[in-house]
Design a protein around this ligand. Structure first.
Ligand code: C2E
Ligand code: MG
Ligand code: MG
Length: 507
């Protein structure tokens, strides 16, 4: 071999397309162990000294080499399979989270050429859990596969497209010269999802929320880009789903604010920072006080916070379960104390969040509190919104039925602005419907007045009691009285106030 050495030749044979079934034995005069090792690394199966070669020995070496070669091939194949399994999402065949993160780091370390940008795009299906819960996991899985296919069709094929887990997908759009390219691709993706999916004969409408973070504009770190895209995606969900949202600095500030509030909220119960305010509820025909609605307030750094500013955070983090139990205990304690001093037995209305309904031991807790404070169950009304009923399953229906069997009352809050579904009134044991403040506030407008009139007639015909919320003036009160609405609450009577004020003015 005058022109090249044995190792070079070996590498060349191994690179050739036909070498796959060839076992190679190297013969050399050199006794250096390092050379033998190098030959094996370069793809030889055995290494013999020329001085030691005899017919039988060579024959044996060939046999061994062939056997070793077959084993090596098997090992190689199973390694390839394991690699695919480790890097691929088995359901959709897309890259998985692991290989996605590797690819993201690699594309950032390689630094895109010509100042090109990179868009890290996160896509999360809207209300996917609902599909899984109502149609089962097989339908859910098939939907994920079809979504993956439709999204793939919107891509050129050279992008990294991965399923990160559940219903969350990620795409790296690289070599972008303008961000508009990312907008164009993601818009195409959202419109591709608009056509309903048909799975096992079921028509399924599915949209997605998309969050985008840009390298290097938002960050040059992979982990931070992922976090920012996630924040943008969360914002897209909040904007009403089926939206595309780019990460902005100001979002980060809001995110931090939310994060801080959550951290404070976790300790708020032990620091005794919650208070209940009570809004009196009147029988409209007689203007007689019948009870109160308990409304939570949070004394956060010496300023009273209203539920809209913290309840959603409490729900997302799950703290609502503890807060909700505190509200139940405090309200029952309070009504029991007031009723001891009052000749008329007054009722208490307590709001329940949809998250609380999923708490399996809530019913037992309510039972034990009713006993502890000796409150007659019919004086306790639990208020829930239609969102709770929308997400309901057999367990929630069972919860409401048991609550009714206990003797408590159930009200449907905020009626008239959301779904206002008749089937909810029919399928759930609802005693009372509360007409939302927003409707009563506009009751002077002819259209709204007609709507309220219609709602009242319908509810009265199926024997559901009605409470009007947000009675702010004499004219809405008199309309509610004309419509035979049973009870009402609102600033016309009084705003929600603390327990001391109630005791000195109403008990
Ligand atoms: P909601 O249950 O519909 O309560 C009525 C809301 O309307 C209260 O707002 C009340 O202050 C307000 N309101 C009462 N009368 C009038 C009026 O005449 N005009 C106007 N414009 N508004 C009036 P608040 O206290 O801010 O509570 C907001 C929502 O937070 C409640 O709506 C309820 O859904 C939720 N919430 C309050 N306390 C709790 C609680 O302890 N647990 C849960 N899960 N939710 C609660
Ligand atoms: Mg309420
Ligand atoms: Mg309401």
């Amino acid at each position: 071999m005058p022109q090249r050495d044995g190792i070079e030749l070996l590498l060349e044979i191994r690179r050739a397309p036909l070498d796959n079934s060839v076992a190679i034995i190297m013969l050399s005069n050199s006794e250096e162990p390092a050379l033998a090792l190098e030959c094996v690394r370069a793809g030889a199966q055995d290494f013999l000294l020329k001085s030691e070669v005899t017919g039988p020995r060579l024959e044996r070496a060939i046999l061994h080499s062939r056997a070793r070669f077959v084993l090596e091939q098997k090992l190689h194949n199973s390694f390839q399979k394991a690699k695919v399994l480790a890097e691929q999402d088995s359901l959709t065949g897309l890259a998985n989270r692991y290989s996605f993160e590797e690819a993201l780091s690699a594309s950032i370390t390689q630094k895109p050429r010509d100042n090109a940008k990179l868009a890290l795009t996160l896509l999360d299906l809207d209300n996917f859990k609902f599909i899984n819960d109502t149609h089962g996991h097989d339908v859910g899985d098939e939907l994920l596969k079809q979504v993956a296919k439709r999204v793939s069709n919107c891509l050129r094929g050279n992008e990294v497209f991965a399923r990160l887990g559940g219903d969350e997908f990620a795409i790296i759009l690289s070599n972008l010269h303008t961000i508009d390219n990312a907008t164009r691709v993601t818009k195409r993706i959202l419109s591709s999802l608009e056509v309903p999916f048909i799975i096992s004969g079921i028509d399924i409408k599915m949209s997605a929320s998309i969050g985008i973070a840009i390298y290097p504009d938002n960050s040059v770190e992979a982990i931070e880009l992922l976090k920012f895209a996630d924040i943008a995606m969360y914002r897209a969900k909040k904007l009403g789903r089926n939206q595309i949202c780019y990460f902005e600095e100001e979002m980060q500030a809001q995110f931090l604010q939310r994060y801080q509030t959550e951290a404070y909220l976790i300790g708020a119960l032990t620091r005794n920072e919650f208070v209940l305010h009570y809004q009196p509820i009147y029988q409209l025909s007689t203007n007689k006080l019948t009870g109160f609605e308990a409304l939570i307030r949070w004394d956060y750094k010496n300023t009273l916070q209203y539920p809209l500013s913290f309840l959603e955070i409490a729900e997302c983090s799950g703290i609502i379960n503890d807060i909700g139990r505190w509200v139940i205990q405090q309200s029952l304690y309070q009504i029991s104390a007031w009723n001891l001093e009052n000749s008329e037995q007054l009722s208490i209305a307590i709001n329940l969040s949809p998250i609380q309904i999923k708490d399996k031991s809530l019913l037992a807790f309510i039972k034990s509190m009713l006993t502890q404070y000796n409150v007659a169950p019919h004086l306790v009304e639990f208020e829930l919104t239609e969102t709770t009923l929308l997400e309901s399953n057999n367990e929630t229906i069972e919860f409401f039925t048991s609550l009714k069997q206990l003797g408590c009352m159930i009200s449907l809050d905020d009626f008239g602005i959301g779904f206002s579904s008749l089937s909810h009134l029919h399928n759930f044991p609802i005693d009372t419907v509360k007409i939302d403040t927003a409707l009563i506030l506009k009751s002077h407008e002819a259209n709204t007045k007609r709507l309220i009139t219609g709602i009242c007639r319908m509810l009265q015909s199926i024997d559901i009691a009605i409470v009007a919320e947000g009675i702010e003036n004499e004219s809405s009160l008199s309309l509610c009285q004309q419509l035979d609405i049973d009870r009402g609450q609102g600033y016309f009577y009084t705003k929600p106030v603390d327990a001391l004020t109630i005791k000195s003015n109403f008990i």
